[in-house]
Design a protein around this ligand. Structure first.
Ligand SMILES: Cc1cc2nc3c(=O)[nH]c(=O)nc-3n(C[C@H](O)[C@H](O)[C@H](O)COP(=O)(O)O)c2cc1C
Length: 466
């Protein structure tokens, strides 16, 4: 294979992976994007992050909020700034009541706008946003806000982004959106944007590239069939993620343990034969190196998506003290676990069991359960006083609250609140909640401080900033 083939539509061959919460921050994505990778921000919990930044007077976030094309959204976000009317108000949560749901959705929209704009500041590189389908309540506002900021790519995983082409088409046409439920989630979602009259504004941007993140041939084939048949389109590329990658992983085929049938090396060629370009994501024999890049390019991949090495680099949004602890832990050969029961999503989740973290059994045992962010809540219809009622709940909630909302307490098990623990890892409310650290097995090799530029140059060779 000729490895010097031209780029498709200028899309980089290296993706700096989307990593929630705030690990792939705008600062990281800005740096990787200007150095020739696709810099990707994460949509998870952006409403909390950007409101808290505005609350503490972050000048860039405030300036970018003022650039939002629909003034009432900006006024609401800026009401949290010092001296603002809502400065002391908690960040609003997603709620089933359609009237009360509007404000959190607008805040999620402008938060995604601010984050993508910030990642794009000062260069001409490409920027994407990673949207987790399981955070269903913020999927539509995040895509809308990112598109208003001119995002170049939508990378969607942790679920099957079946409706993605329809979502993008409706947003570009300025139409209201409604999916009942969003595919694979059981959660009805809606977004009213017709009154914003934003379609004219959006025509200045090219359509974002669509990159579903998947982990099996049957799902890639099904998604391609549905997109072709129903929307007359194909993904720009598939991101094929192995179960050894960081963050959430697809469940094992046999439901109990990963076997050869789950290995990306086994199903890569079948997906490749579908004719859609492929980025390979984790874990790499060399942790995501130039050799890994050449190996996969020679097998026919378009490029790589690398996460763990970027998660631990200087510019990532992970707390500096935690990064240093991880490097020291790795140097001692510390273990990485695949935790099957802790994520409220039900998906396996990679965890570094660092002492003092939320994965430390003694910390976990003492934690007071609380659900006050709600990004992983899913909808259920329950019967209350003889009437059907839509509720939002998460198995990481306090058990009484979960049962009151019709949940079965036996589903709770060892679930950890990923919203609060991952926000803590990124330095938000760290005094209230212990952090939780996720990494792929590629990340276990990393024992020294390094920059995003080091990672990119190591993988792609010397690169000029744009
Ligand atoms: C700290 C961390 C957080 C992650 N969070 C997400 C996420 O929110 N959404 C997602 O699709 N993938 C997430 N991932 C997976 C990455 O996007 C990427 O596919 C993976 O890290 C690539 O493999 P590697 O870790 O071996 O480099 C995360 C990975 C890490 C290391």
């Amino acid at each position: 294979m000729n490895l010097d083939q031209p780029l498709l539509d200028g899309m980089p061959r290296l993706i700096q992976a989307g990593m929630g919460i705030h690990v792939s921050s705008a600062q990281l994505a800005n740096e990787t994007s200007r150095r020739g990778a696709l810099g990707v921000v994460s949509h998870v919990a952006l409403r909390h992050i950007v409101v808290e930044e505005v609350r503490r007077g972050d000048a860039t976030a405030i300036a970018l909020a003022k650039e939002f094309p629909i003034p009432c959204y900006a006024e609401e976000l800026l009401a949290f700034a010092p001296g603002g009317e809502w400065h002391k108000r908690p960040v609003p949560l997603d709620l089933p009541d359609p009237e009360k749901a509007r404000l959190p959705k607008r805040l999620s929209t402008i938060a995604a706008f601010v984050e993508v704009k910030r990642a794009k500041l000062g260069h001409s590189g490409k920027v994407g946003i990673n949207v987790m389908w399981k955070c269903s309540l913020t999927v539509l506002p995040s895509i809308y806000g990112a598109m208003l900021a001119g995002v170049d790519a939508l990378l969607c995983g942790a679920g099957i982004p079946m409706e993605l082409p329809d979502i993008v088409a409706k947003i570009r046409a300025g139409e209201d959106l409604c999916y009942s439920p969003l595919h694979g989630t059981g959660t009805p979602v809606a977004l009213e944007i017709a009154a914003d009259k934003s379609a004219g504004f959006l025509t200045q941007f090219a359509e974002p590239k669509l990159l579903p993140i998947l982990s099996s041939f049957p799902i890639a084939k099904r998604l391609l069939d549905v997109w072709t048949r129903e929307f007359g389109t194909r993904p720009f590329a598939f991101i094929l993620e192995n179960h050894t990658a960081g963050g959430h992983n697809a469940p094992p085929r046999n439901k109990t343990d990963y076997t050869d049938a789950d290995e990306l090396t086994g199903y890569f060629d079948k997906v490749h034969a579908l004719g859609v370009p492929i980025y390979v994501a984790g874990a790499f024999p060399e942790g995501g190196s130039h050799n890994d890049f050449v190996y996969w390019r020679e097998r026919g991949a378009y490029g790589l998506q690398v996460g763990s090495r970027f998660a631990l680099c200087d510019e990532s949004g992970m707390r500096r003290d935690i990064k240093d602890e991880v490097l020291a832990y790795n140097a001692l050969g510390g273990e990485l676990e695949t935790a099957f029961g802790i994520s409220p999503t039900g998906y396996p989740f990679k965890v570094l069991p660092l002492p003092g973290s939320a994965a430390d059994p003694s910390v976990h045992a003492q934690r007071r359960r609380i659900c006050n962010k709600g990004y992983l809540m899913q909808a259920e219809t329950i019967e209350k006083d003889g009437e059907a009622e839509l509720v939002y709940r998460c198995p990481a909630m306090p058990s009484r609250q979960y049962e009151k909302l019709g949940g079965d307490a036996t589903e709770i098990g060892p679930r950890i609140c990923l919203c609060n623990s991952l926000l803590s890892t990124a330095g938000f409310d760290s005094e209230k909640e212990a952090p939780l650290i996720t990494l792929g097995i590629s990340g276990k090799r990393i024992t020294e401080r390094h920059s995003a530029r080091d990672v990119i140059e190591d993988i792609l060779g010397q690169v000029e900033a744009v």
